[in-house]
Design a protein around this ligand. Structure first.
Ligand code: FAD
Length: 389
């Protein structure tokens, strides 16, 4: 296996600093060394590679763009490049890191009490504790405002009842950030593994993100101290602001999946021969696919970089992030499908990474706001008219 050298048609590397390229190279080498030789086995066995947690922690990948509590305070572009390289390895691995950093550490960092920050942020950053984010319910996905999970105050405690579905890292998490409807609106609760009445179970039989754990959470009369609520936020803006962080990372991550598929298809097309002993890369219809793929990857790279630079200047908002999530995931899925086609029958075999990326992207286009929901967010931004209902 040759080291990955990147996909850069438009000299986009010239827009990156040496530090940004160094961060990218570190994660790139890690993926080439520790992930790619084994990922098809883990995917086949539906195994989350937990042994990689300490290695990723050592590189500072959990909460990489947060400051304080031991976190490295990297720029948002550096963070995006990390996500890109992780997802070039596998979307399941990137999902795990996204949840740990953007959906668990970020809300604690942003809205937590000093005690919550001191207790959880160093442990989550160092990979000594794992987290999950419980927003989706069996009957409420795109519209979390309807959630049924309840938190009722009882003396110095809250009593939680409800069910969460499709929760990444649910059964392996030491702490679950559970969003529940309380008297004063939707609030976030830090619920520790082992709390009586709190159980989790893995969802089996996924054809997508198989190297990532996805679970249901059940809360039956779960009593947590009032100090476990995130004090800094009430209402749907709490979970939605976390999703903006994670969606930003996804917008970068999927470029990695697209690069992996594009590269694999290109190498294949140069050596696979059909008709007059000519490589399939020499056929015009195949070249058209490559022209489309590289153009779309390049546009996605520029979009992600611009949102990253805006975010580093404090100028990126959720509607900007919706555009990179929506455009780049669709782009990656289209690239994966075209690449699969170029490999013919071999494209459906897990000897090659393409079908795995393609299946992973089917989840990525659904989670963190479906493609349709991001269409509506962008539509509302440009027209001023919400069209969700
Ligand atoms: C592998 C995986 C991991 C996940 N991890 C997490 C996690 O860690 N934490 C978490 O909380 N959730 C997680 N999710 C859940 C995910 O966020 C939801 O699946 C997603 O929000 C969509 O909800 P839904 O599946 O209920 O689909 P629905 O909301 O039922 O949507 C079904 C379809 O209807 C469309 N639709 C819905 N409303 C509208 C509308 N107004 N206009 C047009 N179209 C509409 C949608 O776009 C979609 O095509 C995960 C999901 C997957 C697959």
């Amino acid at each position: 296996m040759f080291p990955f050298r990147g996909v850069d048609y438009m000299e986009i590397d010239s827009l990156l600093s040496d530090q940004e390229k160094l961060v990218r190279q570190t994660v790139r080498d890690f993926i080439d060394r520790e992930v790619l030789p084994h990922i098809e086995d883990w995917n086949r066995e539906a195994k989350f590679p937990r042994h990689l947690v300490p290695l990723m922690a050592e590189m500072g990948l959990f909460g990489a763009n947060l400051e304080g509590y031991g976190c490295p305070g990297m720029s948002n572009v550096e963070y995006g490049l990390i996500m890109q390289e992780l997802e070039r390895g596998d979307g399941g691995l990137r999902s795990f890191v996204s949840v740990q950093g953007a959906l668990v550490m970020y809300p604690i960092h942003q809205y937590g009490s000093d005690e919550q920050k001191r207790r959880w942020l160093p442990a989550l950053h160092e990979g000594r504790a794992l987290g999950c984010f419980g927003l989706t319910e069996p009957d409420f996905g795109s519209n979390p405002a309807g959630m049924r999970t309840r938190a009722v105050k009882s003396g110095g405690e809250y009593v939680l009842n409800g069910e969460k579905a499709w929760i990444t890292s649910g059964t392996i998490a030491d702490v679950a950030l559970v969003w529940a409807r309380a008297e004063d609106g939707i609030r976030g609760f830090l619920v520790e593994k082992g709390t009586p009445g709190f159980t989790s179970k893995d969802i089996k039989g996924k054809w997508s993100l198989r190297a990532s754990v996805t679970s249901t959470l059940a809360l039956q009369d779960v009593r947590v101290a009032a100090s476990s609520v995130l004090p800094g936020v009430a209402g749907l803006k709490g979970p939605l602001s976390c999703l903006t962080q994670a969606r930003y990372g996804i917008g970068w991550g999927v470029i990695g999946a697209a690069m992996a598929c594009y590269n694999e298809a290109l190498e294949y097309a140069k050596v696979r021969k059909q008709f007059d002993d000519k490589p399939i890369a020499s056929h015009q219809l195949v070249q058209e696919k490559f022209a489309d793929m590289i153009t779309e990857i390049t546009k996605a790279q520029l979009l992600a970089l611009q949102v990253g630079r805006l975010k580093d200047r404090g100028r990126a908002d959720f509607a900007h992030v919706s555009m990179i999530k929506r455009n780049n995931v669709r782009m990656a899925l289209d690239v994966a499908r075209a690449a699969r086609d170029i490999l013919g029958a071999n494209g459906v075999a897990d000897e090659y990474p393409i079908f795995r990326h393609m299946c992973n992207l089917e989840s990525v286009i659904t989670y963190e706001g479906t493609h349709n929901i991001h269409t509506l967010i962008i539509g509302e931004r440009v027209t001023g008219i919400p069209a969700y209902k």
